[in-house]
Design a binder for this molecule. Structure first.
Ligand SMILES: *Cc1c(COP(=O)(O)O)cnc(C)c1O
Length: 272
């Protein structure tokens, strides 16, 4: 029996082994299976599945894959790198109801590009970036949903603010009226030890609960973006409202994650 929330395991070892989705039907099946896992995790933790948004992460997959995913019902894609996201956005401009979420670290000099097309940005982690995004958005007459990224694993290799920096940072955000703050985002430690992963998610929720009490007007901290293919069920048990899932929907990536993250120390050893 694994009905107790405490026993939910990570499935990082499956990463790299998910079959490549090649037809609309493959995408339908993968989406249905991820949703079933989301529903089960909600059930275990007494949550309403409608409170968890599934964000399909399409990084490294090409336009033809994204079109299949679209045909299977996806209307929003998460991309780690802004140029890659923008290229796909242009290529799929015929799909007017498609939204783009940038979920990876952004250099300030690329704020203009994000401001031009994204509807959501999940990796806000500096004042300079907030300021530049707001300036560019104001010029474009656009606004952007943002999540503030927090480093909950205390790994130097992960981006995000340290938890103790978050409060002061949040106080500055009401000045940037084109940014609609939606919550906090994190990447857990990449580990097969479920308990260490869970601790990262708990840290984000506890921080959110504390900050929500003192958040300035207009700063909404209801959202918790946490969990990916290998650990989204644990994240849901700890309160995730957005899970960012790539490989369990699209299939294994052929590009190493170190291309997207500064370093993922355990990724290679666990999938070798
Ligand atoms: C790639 C990525 C994900 C999804 O990872 P999968 O293992 O494909 O589910 C989630 N969050 C971020 C920030 C990513 O870059």
């Amino acid at each position: 029996m694994t009905s107790s929330a405490q026993e939910t395991a990570t499935s990082h070892q499956r990463n790299g082994r998910y079959l490549r989705a090649e037809t609309t039907e493959d995408f339908r099946e993968n989406l249905a299976s991820v949703r079933a896992r989301i529903d089960a995790a909600c059930q275990r933790s007494g949550r309403d599945p409608a409170t968890v948004r599934l964000l399909p992460v399409s990084k490294t997959f090409d336009e033809s894959s994204l079109r299949l995913a679209y045909a299977a019902g996806c209307r929003q894609f998460g991309e780690n790198k802004v140029q890659e996201a923008h290229g796909k956005c242009l290529a799929m401009a015929d799909k007017k109801d498609l939204n783009w979420s940038v979920i990876g670290h952004l250099q300030t000099n690329k704020a203009r590009l994000v401001a031009s097309f994204a509807t959501e940005f999940q990796a806000l982690d500096s004042l300079r970036l907030a300021k530049e995004l707001d300036r560019r958005l104001q010029l474009e007459g656009r606004s952007l949903d943002v999540f503030v990224q927090i480093n909950t694993s205390n790994e130097a290799s992960k981006y995000g603010l340290r938890p103790e920096e978050a409060q002061v940072f949040l106080q500055t955000l009401p000045a940037y009226t084109a940014l609609r703050v939606r919550g906090l985002m994190t990447l857990a430690v990449f580990s097969s030890e479920a308990e260490r992963v869970r601790q990262c998610f708990i840290r984000l929720r506890v921080l959110r609960d504390r900050l929500r009490e003192i958040a300035p007007a207009g700063v909404c901290l209801d959202g918790l973006s946490m969990g990916m293919s290998g650990d989204f069920e644990i994240a849901i048990e700890e309160g995730a409202t957005v899970v960012r899932v790539g490989q369990a929907i699209f299939g294994a990536r052929s590009v190493s994650d170190s291309h997207y993250w500064p370093s993922t120390p355990h990724a290679d050893s666990s999938s070798a």
